[in-house]
Write a protein that binds this ligand. Structure first.
Ligand SMILES: [Zn+2]
Length: 117
């Protein structure tokens, strides 16, 4: 399963954040954004997270997931467009017709927020 190294990174990131907040802070929840094209699914992430945090100060935190579909943004007018999965991103901006398009969402696996208290 390719989720494990990703979850290891997420756990390391949260630990670093926890260290920065100092002793006494406890992790309550984490929100993770998963792009549809990343191939990463919430359930394995949850399992690995439980496994990797068992017995640590991160144990028992609530994981929330934001799943996002593939999307692009026009760099000229900043319009955001949902793209069809599996299609190359060579669309024209529907708002202004520009072909200056950048990938915005779909491949990311990132921690959106960490709830420390
Ligand atoms: Zn545009």
């Amino acid at each position: 399963m390719h989720e494990k190294p990703i979850v290891e990174k997420i756990v390391a990131l949260i630990k670093a954040e926890l260290d920065r907040h100092g002793r006494g802070s406890r992790l309550h929840g984490v929100t993770i954004r998963l792009g549809e094209l990343s191939g990463i699914k919430p359930e394995p992430v949850r399992l690995y997270f439980d496994e990797l945090t068992r017995g640590t100060s991160l144990q028992g935190a609530t994981l929330e997931f934001e799943e996002v579909g593939p999307g692009v943004r026009c760099t000229d007018c900043q319009a955001e467009v949902e793209a069809e999965e599996g299609r190359p991103i060579d669309v024209k901006c529907p708002a202004c017709g520009s072909t200056s398009i950048e990938r915005l969402t779909g491949e990311e696996v990132e921690v959106v927020s960490i709830d420390l208290r």
